[in-house]
Design a protein around this ligand. Structure first.
Ligand SMILES: [Zn+2]
Length: 211
């Protein structure tokens, strides 16, 4: 069941104020045998660990074109992106990538090999993109996309792309297309690269960004 968009927001702050087990106010302290500050409940003992989130997506290829979606949601409303989103509990990275492609583009795809694995530590995320073959040019973009469309490689709207991991994944693809080989690329996005969309650095608190 979906709810009215105005009633909720994402994301809730990563730091937690109250215990998810008993509701007691939490304290930040380093638990025994640990080495980091955690949100700890001194009433029931629950430690609320926070860990990076996985973003899973697809680079969908239709003959000599790629499929992009124009975002209908913040952040980066109106910018173009590869189909991608947060991995859900209980699914694999491949299942999540296929689900996001269905939700955002309504495209029929055949999933290929894992293509980019990108660490984005300042956004507390790891991004995974699979190559995929689009099986039909029929697209049925869902509510998270204003539209979905195919782009020739020399028509990619570079200055209208939503996130740096989208840009770098497409940059690798353009190089690999010329070589005719598509190895997996693993790299990280450092904090000190200016953001192409805003021209500013991604804030430490800008955790709403997928990057
Ligand atoms: Zn508790």
């Amino acid at each position: 069941m979906t709810s009215q968009a105005s009633s909720f927001f994402f994301p809730a702050p990563r730091a937690q104020k109250f215990c998810s087990q008993c509701g007691t106010a939490l304290r930040q302290l380093i638990p025994p045998d640990d080495n980091r500050l955690r949100d700890v409940c001194e009433h029931c003992g629950a430690v609320h660990y926070q860990n990076p989130r996985n973003v899973v997506g697809v680079l969908p290829i239709w003959h000599d074109k790629i499929l992009l979606c124009r975002r209908a949601i913040e952040p980066r409303y109106d910018k173009w992106t590869l189909p991608a989103g947060f991995m859900e509990l209980g699914e694999t990275t491949a299942q999540g990538a296929m689900r996001e492609t269905q939700e955002e583009a309504g495209a029929q795809i055949e999933l290929g090999p894992l293509y980019t694995v990108i660490d984005v530590p300042h956004a507390e995320q790891v991004h995974f993109f699979y190559l995929a073959r689009v099986l039909s040019e029929d697209l049925f973009p869902g509510p998270e996309s204003l539209e979905a469309a195919f782009f020739a490689l020399d028509e990619i709207p570079w200055d209208q792309l939503a996130f740096r991991t989208i840009i770098t994944t497409l940059e690798h693809y353009l190089v690999d297309v010329r070589k005719g080989i598509f190895p997996m690329h693993h790299y990280d996005i450092p904090l000190d690269i200016p953001d192409p969309a805003s021209g500013s650095l991604t804030s430490r608190h800008g955790k709403i960004d997928l990057d």
